[in-house]
Design a protein around this ligand. Structure first.
Ligand SMILES: [Zn+2]
Ligand SMILES: [Zn+2]
Length: 344
């Protein structure tokens, strides 16, 4: 396939200013990299933080975007794992050192030296991008690029969080926050055989959770913990809501020795009495992104379209409007930019 010399890319030049849609050179894959022609690229709230300068990247201008899916079109001299035409996904972890204690024990996404796609390397808001062939996620059959894109960050983060609860098939998980990650989590937990209690403040979102397979729904509020206990209590809780209000509900909802996994990041501190955790032997764990094995497991679960997101498809040329909508909280589900036929 003929690879052009230049491509359209959305450049972050100044924080909180519209991204500039400009022609830039198509990158050349380094030794262990492959060049991917992007077909779909998800927009994540992390991109909003980077855009605003709240997570300042090492250098500007920057091409953001870490939920890309496309086809391999060129191989670096030592990229031997993939072949031309493979459909691959590009997630938040561009690569890590591979040798530290975290990398060697399944925690490569916590490696102090990991590179983040679309943050410390150029990302997926462009027609082409490069990624390390050992870190590409092969997309299984039956998932379209648009469906697969949000799995690369939102889906993977959701799966890793669910797994960290340690909840076994037949036991109960309470999932707090029915936004994009929560919706994925309901479907993933059901595919893993768990009994699911979905919690949110929005009746509409709880109705969606029910459609996606939640066994029970509970409206967030003062009584939520009590209601969950009345339903048998939770063996694990996950919080995707970026608010502190869910914290006391989760502490109340837990059965003895349950695990609480924190994924959403509220701006405020969370406070608690130590006895609430100590007396019932609870475990509280943080979870961020995923490792490659978790991504592989998610993609097996999601093969043939078994994990669906609420997706708003937007042509790449409308990226600035989409970024504004996401920033202002006007998006239900995930935004995926489509590159094919985009008038850029
Ligand atoms: Zn993300
Ligand atoms: Zn490492």
């Amino acid at each position: 396939m003929l690879i052009p010399k230049t491509m359209k890319a959305a450049l972050l030049q100044d924080y909180y200013e519209p991204l500039e849609l400009v022609d830039v050179p198509v990158p050349k894959p380094a030794d262990d990299e492959v060049l991917v022609k992007i077909e779909a690229s998800g927009l994540c709230f992390t991109d909003v933080h980077i855009w605003k300068g709240e997570h300042a990247p090492p250098a500007l201008p920057l091409i953001m975007g870490h939920e890309g899916v496309g086809r391999v079109v060129a191989l670096g001299p030592n990229a031997s794992r993939l072949k031309i035409g493979d459909c691959v996904g590009i997630g938040y972890v561009y690569g890590a050192c591979g040798n530290c204690r975290n990398c060697l024990t399944g925690g490569e996404n916590y490696c102090p030296d990991f590179d983040a796609t679309g943050y410390s390397t150029q990302g997926c808001f462009a027609e082409y991008t490069c990624l390390r062939d050992q870190w590409a996620n092969k997309i299984p059959d039956g998932i379209t690029p648009v469906e697969a894109a949000p799995l690369m960050c939102a889906g993977a983060a959701s799966y890793a969080s669910i797994k960290k609860t340690g909840v076994q098939a037949g036991d109960t998980i309470a999932i707090f926050g029915m936004g994009g990650l929560g919706q994925y989590a309901v479907q993933i937990a059901k595919l893993m055989g768990m009994r699911v209690i979905a919690v949110d403040i929005s009746i509409k979102k709880l109705a969606t959770a029910k459609e996606l397979g939640a066994d029970e729904t509970v409206t967030a509020g003062d009584q939520a913990g009590e209601k969950i206990i009345a339903l048998g209590g939770a063996h694990g809780c996950v919080n995707f809501a970026p608010v502190t209000a869910t914290w006391s509900m989760m502490l109340e909802a837990c059965n003895p020795r349950a695990r609480i996994v924190l994924t959403g990041v509220p701006a405020e501190q969370m406070v608690f009495y130590t006895y609430q955790v100590v007396e019932r032997g609870l475990t509280v764990v943080g979870s961020s992104a995923s490792n490659r094995q978790e991504m592989n497991e998610l993609l097996v679960l999601a093969a043939n379209g078994k994990v669906k997101g609420t997706i708003n498809e937007v042509p790449f040329g409308n990226i600035n409007a989409a970024l504004t909508e996401l920033t202002e909280g006007r998006v239900d589900g995930r935004i995926v930019l489509t590159m094919k036929g985009a008038d850029v």
